[in-house]
Design a protein around this ligand. Sequence first.
Ligand SMILES: Cc1cc2nc3c(=O)[nH]c(=O)nc-3n(C[C@H](O)[C@H](O)[C@H](O)COP(=O)(O)O)c2cc1C
Length: 367
Amino acid sequence: MLTEVEVAEQLPVNLFEFEAIAAKRIPKQAFDYFSSGANDEITLRENRNAFERISLYPRMLRDVDRRDLCVTLLTGQRISMPIMIAPMAFQKMAHPDGELATIEAANNAETIMVLSTLSTCSIEEVAARAQGNLWFQLYVYRDKAITESLVKRAEVAGCKALVLTVDSPLLGRREQDVRNGFHLPAGLTCSNLVDSKLNAMPLHAGDSGLAAYIHALYDQSLTWKDVEWLKSITTMPILLKGILRADDAELAIKHGAAGIIVSNHGGRQLDTVPATISVLRKIADTVAGRVELYLDGGVRRGTDVLKALALGAKAVLLGRPVLWGLGQGGRAGVELALALLQSEFELAMILSGCATLSDITRDLVEQ
Ligand SMILES: Cc1cc2nc3c(=O)[nH]c(=O)nc-3n(C[C@H](O)[C@H](O)[C@H](O)COP(=O)(O)O)c2cc1C
């Protein structure tokens, strides 16, 4: 597959190099939208810095000859590694194949893709290519009928879980998008919302067009009660994405969430919130295995995956590097990004004395 990666440059050897190549290939407005964080981007940087501050304490002489990276999730799905694809909007801005390329790459890697409400290919189009490995991420619209129809469509299309994003009653202020007057390029739409006529985004609102869209249409009155409402209209397990506090994790369990994704939206919402890896331990202690715990934000190295699992995550979700892979080679680029991270993670396991995921215990990061 690697020969299909349309890179004029040398193949990237790590996920950071993917970004540098993507910066040259993806149009500026799109690259800025993908890469940036909110305000001063303190959380965006902290997501990385916090991983880098954590030291590993490897065990020696443990027989790591045969490894098993597979993990079975709450949905009963077994995936090849504890690395999934985070929901990200507007993937056709990175490559004309958009979300279709991403699901094909997820199939190839035998992992899960979470499809954004704001995808540029519809739920049905992406589900038609999926192999039982699609989850749907939900933004709740003021118009309950639209929200309900998105949930039903995801269920009918075979999505195995519903990921409710709880950190975005409004869009964080991404100043680069404001400067660029961010809008969807001509020809692209919010494909899940075509019928509801909510697919159009203001072309230039003197601000980010996306911010204006969300301000007008998302339900800012969302509360825990709505989690129960969602539970009443779907059989899909519901995961809450965007939890950063142990008491909110407790509430998530109380209101029936099947899983929690510790996330700060890749530093794109409230700036100066802590890095996700910094809050994981406390949340894991509160959750104590009652529901499944996942993490995203700044995962770029195999050692990051190891650290997240050691601190209590069942799996991590990968964000921007997927878009960088898409931008440089469509499906093959995403496959390459996932394969790189997987092999780095496997090497990190081997070098720290772990043959299976259950060998990844907290003492690897705490002595
Ligand atoms: C360009 C972009 C678009 C995103 N769109 C969504 C979205 O539609 N829904 C959502 O819940 N999260 C969205 N996110 C957040 C990601 O799901 C994820 O939380 C974050 O990107 C993980 O951090 P990372 O990019 O550092 O890996 C988006 C992130 C990016 C970078």
